[in-house]
Design a binder for this molecule. Structure first.
Ligand SMILES: [Ca+2]
Ligand SMILES: [Ca+2]
Ligand SMILES: [Ca+2]
Length: 430
């Protein structure tokens, strides 16, 4: 078994290195990861032409009109469709696409029907690192303690953790799942996690040794959820993480899965719902899920994306999700970081150290806005322990008000990197 693991580990190493070369990555050595049993099946059927990978082609999402007098399944049946079940926690259902019709065509037909309030594709959503632009790298210079890494020291973690450690705060991490046996996560995960990719009660990370999204990188999302969860806990070591799997091994999920998971996490009593994928503002099922989660008292914090472009508009910022972009160690915008008027806050996101499911070392260095956002989710947990009475929005505003301004360092980007760089010391100061 040891030999087998060793060989598979090297195959993965080779695959990641090739992917890095193909994508023009830094060429840093990839981690040697401990492989679980590879599942043989692809994670999603091939996408229809012209739609993003992961978009469901067998069904679309539809919402009944408010004043409907007949059961919605009868409405769908009259259109040659059938109801395949609700998107839990939202007013949408999955509606089967009739034979011979395209998903987009069926959405258009539903939208023109007075008995249907809204319809949309069940869109494929990609985590920011799912495009293979940044990959995790192992090395020998990794911190033993994640909390002592330079980027966290620089933003005041020592002073902050002397005041609060996030005790009693529950943070859902909606990502690729977690490797629960990782030493860093051991004993720090809450019961009740769920897998919305496989629709089961075990949110463990899985990989299948397939390049499901055909981008040249195999299982590039492997370890992502473990890494993100560890960063929340690096900032807030006494918080607990509820792992919720919404992304597969190539870091793809669907809008219906993300929406259902957001409401699920809120109903589990989570204070923070950390989402490693952000949906475009026109994805109404996710917007509704975010609204429902906020009504239940949760905040939703997400990464702004790795497009490197100004594509985070004010409308996206107003959708109830607190969007975080990435800075480098000099507080300059990371070259991959998305920006725009809809960004709420910035945080370190270049060469971040986090837990990784590998043999030795069991940490990695990774860059992306996915690794800036969990620092903010951890910071929210610190504030919540210190102040159990204020509304979530008051605490989010405190994170913004106490941020270190970075506009002067980033000419031309004024107002497009949020309120500035997360300052853990200032945010938790009495
Ligand atoms: Ca599972
Ligand atoms: Ca891939
Ligand atoms: Ca895969």
């Amino acid at each position: 078994m040891g030999t087998m693991n060793f060989r598979l580990g090297h195959l993965l190493l080779l695959a990641l290195a090739l992917a890095a070369a193909a994508c023009g990555g830094g060429g840093a050595p990839a981690n040697q990861a401990a492989p679980p049993e590879p599942a043989p099946a692809p994670e999603a059927p091939p996408p229809p032409d012209g739609t993003p990978y992961g978009t469901a082609d067998g069904h679309v999402l539809a919402k009944p009109a408010a004043d409907l007098l007949v059961p919605f399944p009868l409405v769908l049946a009259s259109l040659g469709s059938a109801e395949l079940g609700p998107v839990e926690g939202t007013s949408y259902v999955r509606a089967r696409v009739p034979q011979g019709e395209t998903p987009a065509g069926f959405v258009a037909r539903l939208e023109s029907d007075a008995r249907v309030a809204a319809a949309e594709l069940d869109l494929g959503l990609a985590g920011p690192e799912g495009n293979g632009r940044t990959i995790p790298a192992g090395g020998t210079l990794l911190s033993v303690s994640l909390a002592s890494q330079p980027d966290l020291v620089r933003i005041g973690i020592d002073a902050a953790q002397a005041r609060s450690r996030g005790a009693g705060v529950l943070v859902a991490v909606l990502d690729s799942g977690v490797v629960a046996g990782h030493a860093f996560l051991d004993g720090r995960l809450a019961e009740g996690g769920r897998d919305f990719v496989r629709d089961d009660a075990d949110p463990a990370e899985e990989r299948n040794a397939l390049d499901d999204d055909e981008d040249g990188a195999i299982d590039e999302g492997w370890g992502h959820g473990t890494f993100v969860a560890s960063l929340v806990l690096a900032v807030a070591p006494d918080a607990r993480v509820l792992p919720v799997r919404v992304l597969g091994s190539d870091l793809f999920g669907t809008s219906s899965g993300v929406a259902a998971a957001i409401v699920y996490a809120a109903r589990q009593g989570c204070d923070v719902i950390h989402v490693s994928v952000s949906a475009p503002p026109e994805v109404r099922v996710v917007r509704e899920a975010v609204e429902n989660a906020r009504l239940l008292g949760a905040v939703v914090i997400a990464s702004a994306g790795n497009s490197g472009a100004e594509d985070v508009g004010a409308e996206q910022g107003a959708s109830g999700v607190f969007l975080v972009t990435a800075l480098d160690p000099d507080d300059l915008r990371a070259e991959f970081a998305s920006f725009g008027a809809g960004v709420a806050l910035a945080a370190p996101g270049v060469d971040v150290h986090g837990a990784f499911p590998s043999v030795d070392p069991d940490t990695a260095v990774w860059s992306g806005t996915s690794f800036s956002a969990p620092l903010v989710s951890g910071a929210f947990a610190l504030l919540r322990e210190l102040d159990v009475l204020s509304s979530p929005d008051v605490l989010l505003e405190r994170l913004r008000r106490t941020a270190m301004p970075v506009d002067a360092l980033n000419p031309g980007l004024e107002g497009k990197l949020g309120a500035g760089r997360l300052d853990l010391d200032a945010a938790t100061a009495p």
